[in-house]
Design a protein around this ligand. Structure first.
Ligand code: PMP
Length: 384
């Protein structure tokens, strides 16, 4: 028998056209992508090492510098989701055996703790229940005790709906010779962040939340302190793909005359990211595009202190006696709307509603509230 005769028949599903429903993405991400960004992502592909692509990457770098409010040269977009940026930050700045301090008040700190443990760091955890926050005094005490090389904090805790204060923490880290790493995947573009002014050493975000780009790229920036640590290490980072020595060259940040092939970046994803950053630049940074979901209806109450609410993700308590899964299924089926349950430690505690960037309009907030009220009416109380 010839090698050309296939024994596995073509799967029937592959002979049907792609079907993608239209949905209101009112969960904690991804958010709906506006037509302008979708159009940018559908432009013809060019080579990842073409001069026009370098120019687009240089534009992205400037767009991220604006979004992060930083002048850091070492500013790039990861080829990968928010997790790629999380791993890049930790893998490059920490060496095995070094102490790392992680603030955990939801799932994201725990995730970074696991990433750091996997690469052999000595991980110290500071833990609060979801929705809790850390005072600067608590943070300084823990830093004094554990002497970490890196302190991690989530700015927009999307599993808890909390936007953590950042002011003053960078100064504390500097005083104790520790790098300050901040996650703004769920908050960038929805809550203000000022990387340089707030002395944040490493900052990352994601494309698919308030930036409204498709998932799959992730902005990240390192200041000089972070660069000094990561480019003077004794061991190589465990990941080849996320090694900043290579990525800084790919993004033209290392001062070398030529960019050398390292990996093939997501060309369409970069086009879309550039457009989303252009839209952000057209808005004034001070006028954050956000409406808070206002809940006047009785059974829902918000789980976070008003001052600490994350504008992009609202966590509401599950109404007494209702099954949250049933409510979410009802809302998806009858309103074509995604909302989600909790995540990690907040599972079973909350439901989460995200209104991010382009989705962040009063009409959408009203629609979300209407869907919730409808679910309340039609999902029978399943517990006594
Ligand atoms: N950090 C935070 C605060 C997030 O909300 C998310 C995404 N839910 C991530 C990190 C991880 O991002 P991704 O899913 O794009 O890998």
């Amino acid at each position: 028998r010839s090698m050309s005769s296939v024994t596995i028949p073509p799967p029937a599903c592959m002979l049907r056209p792609l079907e993608v429903p239209l949905r209101y993405l009112f969960g904690p991400g991804p958010s709906n992508v506006p037509p302008r960004i979708l159009a940018a992502g559908s432009r013809p592909i060019i080579g990842h090492l073409h001069p026009e692509m370098y120019e687009i990457m240089n534009d992205i770098k400037k767009g991220i510098q604006y979004a992060f409010q930083t002048e850091n040269n070492m500013t790039i977009a990861m080829s990968g989701s928010g997790h790629a940026a999380m791993e890049c930050a930790v893998f490059n700045t920490v060496e095995p055996g070094e102490s790392v301090l992680i603030a955990i008040n939801g799932i994201w700190g725990e995730r970074v703790a696991e990433i750091a443990e996997r690469m052999g760091a000595n991980v110290q955890r500071m833990v609060k229940t979801p929705g809790g926050y850390f005072t600067n005094t608590e943070i300084e005490q823990a830093i004094k005790k554990h002497k970490p090389v890196l302190f991690f904090l989530t700015h927009g805790e999307s599993s808890a709906g909390l936007c953590h204060p950042v002011d003053g923490i960078g100064d504390i880290c500097r005083k104790h010779d520790c790098l300050f790493l901040v996650d703004t995947v769920a908050s960038l573009g929805a809550a203000p962040i000022f990387m340089d002014k707030q002395n944040i050493d490493i900052l990352y975000s994601g494309s698919q939340k308030a930036l409204n780009a498709p998932p799959g790229t992730a902005p990240i920036s390192f200041n000089d302190r972070a660069c000094h640590k990561m480019f003077n290490r004794k061991t190589k980072p465990v990941s080849y793909l996320f090694d900043m020595t290579h990525l800084s060259n790919y993004w033209g940040c290392d001062g070398k005359p030529a960019r050398v092939y390292h990996h093939t970046g997501p060309v369409s994803g970069f086009f879309a990211l550039r457009e989303s950053l252009a839209i952000l630049a057209e808005r004034r940074q001070t006028k954050q595009h956000s409406v808070f979901l206002v809940l006047r209806r009785k059974p829902f109450f918000i789980c976070v202190l008003q001052d600490l609410r994350l504008p992009s993700v609202t966590t509401i308590a599950i109404p007494e006696g209702y099954d949250w899964r049933e409510m979410l299924t009802y809302i998806m089926k009858h309103h074509h709307m995604e909302m989600t349950g909790g995540l990690g430690p907040s599972i079973g505690m909350v439901m989460r509603i995200g209104l991010m960037g382009y989705n962040c309009e009063k009409t959408n907030a009203d629609m979300a509230l209407h869907a919730l009220a409808d679910a309340l009416k039609n999902c029978k109380k399943s517990k006594p």
